[in-house]
Design a protein around this ligand. Structure first.
Ligand code: AHR
Length: 634
């Protein structure tokens, strides 16, 4: 029989409390159209096609004009606005289509707001929400406009739920109005913050209990060219002053073009830090290191011109941690957070490689370590887990005594099953490993055929077992990408899928969650003796940890094969089991099983009592399963 021996009385290395985290990038409508709850697309008319997302509404009797203008704008960072002029024979104006529609719920309230300036006459403005079938869901009238830019707002309460509503902004009578920053936000946001985040999506993150949040990317940190890189300083302060930028996922894949994908930065660096605090995750911001995406232009900032980039990194640390009296600490305090955010890690570049990266990393590391020796730096090792770029990066970064090296891997499930022992031979005295981006690809990387199925989730679970068993060298890991909008994605697979009203976690989501909430704080040695004549040897893996707080042993077992495995379990060193041992099972009928909006919990953890009364017992691990056993031991 297969035997699993856990050496309960020989606790090994401590496990980083921040070991299992999440990686957020604005891809697949992850921020605008996703986590950031704004319902109006192109609210500031700053898309290069200023009317993208907007339509003229002109019933037959109506007469009027709409015009995008830039004279005397509301704000210099946001120079375009719309003038609506009506002759007054009928309602006349514009409608916004939202991000693939606007998801609104009956019984909830939505705050409309806009910067408006009276241009002529004394018009009344009708703000209306229409459902996808043309039903009026609610409307409200605003009047008495000032000849100066001013913010006006009103609340709409739709009479029914609609995933694809539209917002209408119409003049009721003759006159002209200038409008800008047209916004519609659910009042119910995460922590009810005005202009905040989608509650259901943040809840999904909170439920993962992530140890860290890596943000804001990903390739968007690099930009396809340097002028399109992510610049954190442009993402803080009043939203109307955050300058719009094209999202590189707008045009990256010819097979998935998304011409309406831009970054409003409504979810900016302050909000990222706040989100980390809300969900108890360590912030791990990634900063551009003077290199554009090497899959695109690969543009480089000359070494002698790198200082402003390094200064951005130093200022970011001050923004997060500096006292209120410091320049950037004062800005954080002014935004409502006088206390520091306790930043402890910073990533230098995303998925960089080659000598140009090493040279730039070294400059950043020198400057940052001189001023902030306590900050742990995360260095890049390229996009692949074992190619020559990876080997080169490791060799050089080891010489530079880098703290943490970020490995990335998008590969077939086989790769993950075959690499469970990858870290067994890593040098214990070199840099720590951060598996910063990984996901099993059922087809191949960047293929639209990739599925978030059970087999991929089990492959990731097996690999995570390997990381856990090597928790003395692997300090952190995160799946990628995190979110995808079902109607606007560029990349799959993804951890969490949403549409305008719904969300579900994939089998991979539940794997991440099971590791995170069953982390334990000390590794326990596990010896696995596989029954050689069964096929199960190929995809059967186990790791164990101890949770000092509850006194439990946490055993994780992946059976990725198509036959159940009955194993003898020896909890060596334990005299008796205590409490109520528990089994948490993630399983499915077949490897291709998936979750969906209609069946969000088809593959989801099931908890049951584990009926055992001795530290030596047999247990059958079902085919295609991931099991977590929590057993109190004395
Ligand atoms: O996760 C999607 C992309 O994959 C990330 O932006 C990048 O870092 C990697 O190539």
């Amino acid at each position: 029989m297969t035997t699993i021996t856990v050496q309960v009385d020989q606790p090994g290395p401590a496990i980083n409390p921040a070991m299992w985290g999440v990686f957020f990038e604005d891809i697949n409508f992850g921020a605008d159209g996703g986590l950031y709850a704004e319902l109006v697309k192109n609210r500031s008319f700053e898309f290069p096609d200023a009317m993208m997302g907007w339509f003229k509404i002109s019933p037959s009797k109506a007469r009027g004009t709409i015009e995008v203008r830039t004279d005397r704008p509301f704000n210099a960072a946001n120079p375009h606005y719309l003038r609506i002029t009506s002759e007054g024979h009928d309602l006349f104006g514009v409608a916004n289509e939202g991000f693939r529609g606007m998801g609104v719920r009956e019984g909830e309230s939505y705050r409309f707001s806009a910067q408006i300036r009276l241009a002529a006459g004394d018009p009344k403005l009708r703000i209306a929400l229409y459902g996808s079938d043309g039903t009026l869901l609610d409307s409200v009238c605003i009047s008495g406009f000032s000849p100066d830019w001013r913010k006006y707002s009103a609340v709409l309460r739709p009479c029914s739920t609609d995933p694809r509503a539209k917002l209408y902004v119409l003049l009721e009578n003759a006159g002209a109005l200038d409008i800008d920053m047209v916004s519609l936000f659910p009042e119910k946001t995460w922590k009810n913050r005005p202009g905040g985040l989608r509650t259901d999506l943040v809840q999904m993150l909170a439920d993962l209990r992530p140890g860290f949040l890596r943000f804001p990317g990903g390739c968007i940190v690099e930009g396809s060219e340097l002028d399109k890189r992510y610049q954190w300083k442009n993402t803080i302060g009043p939203v109307e002053e955050r300058k719009l930028l094209i999202n590189r996922w707008n045009y990256e894949f010819i097979h998935r073009p998304t011409p309406d994908y831009y970054q409003s930065f409504g979810l900016g660096f302050f909000e990222f830090f706040q989100l980390c605090e809300d969900i108890g995750a360590e912030p791990l911001p990634i900063i551009n290191c003077g290199m554009a995406c090497q899959f695109n232009s690969g543009e480089l900032v000359p070494i002698d011109q790198l200082d402003p980039y390094i200064q951005d990194a130093l200022d970011l640390i001050e923004f997060a941690n500096g006292p209120k009296t410091s320049t950037w600490g004062a800005k954080r305090a002014a935004l409502g957070h006088p206390k520091p955010f306790n930043l402890r890690m910073l990533g230098i570049g995303n998925e960089q490689w080659g000598p140009q990266y090493i040279e730039r990393y070294a400059r950043f590391a020198d400057a940052i370590k001189t001023r902030y020796p306590e900050i742990q730096l995360v260095a890049a090792a390229g996009p692949e887990p074992a190619d020559s770029r990876f080997q080169f990066a490791w060799e050089k970064l080891r010489e530079l005594k880098a703290d943490i090296i970020d490995e990335h891997c998008y590969a077939k499930p086989e790769w993950f099953f075959n690499n469970v022992h990858r870290y067994d031979s890593y040098d214990r005295n070199g840099p720590k490993v951060f598996m910063g981006e990984y996901a099993a690809q059922s087809d191949k990387v960047v293929s639209v055929k990739n599925r978030n199925n059970l087999e991929c989730a089990l492959a990731e679970a097996a690999y995570m077992i390997g990381m856990e068993r090597n928790a003395d060298v692997v300090c952190m890991a995160a799946y990628a990408p995190l979110f995808a909008h079902a109607d606007a994605w560029q990349w799959r697979p993804n951890l969490i899928w949403c549409d305008n009203l719904r969300v579900f976690g994939t089998p991979s989501y539940y794997v991440q969650q099971l590791f995170s909430i069953n982390r334990g704080n000390r590794l326990l040695p596990v010896n696995l003796e596989l029954l050689s004549e069964t096929r199960s040897g190929q995809r059967f893996f186990a790791s164990a940890t101890r949770d000092d707080a509850s006194g439990e042993l946490i055993l994780k077992v992946v059976n990725g094969d198509d036959a159940p495995v009955t194993a003898m379990l020896n909890l060596a060193g334990a005299k008796e089991v205590t409490g109520n041992p528990k089994l948490i099972l993630l399983a499915g009928a077949k490897p291709s099983d998936e979750n969906s909006f209609d069946e969000p919990k088809r593959v989801a953890p099931q908890t049951s009592v584990l009926s055992i009364d001795s530290p030596h017992f047999t247990h059958t691990f079902p085919a295609f399963s991931f099991c977590v056993l929590r057993i109190g031991v004395r």
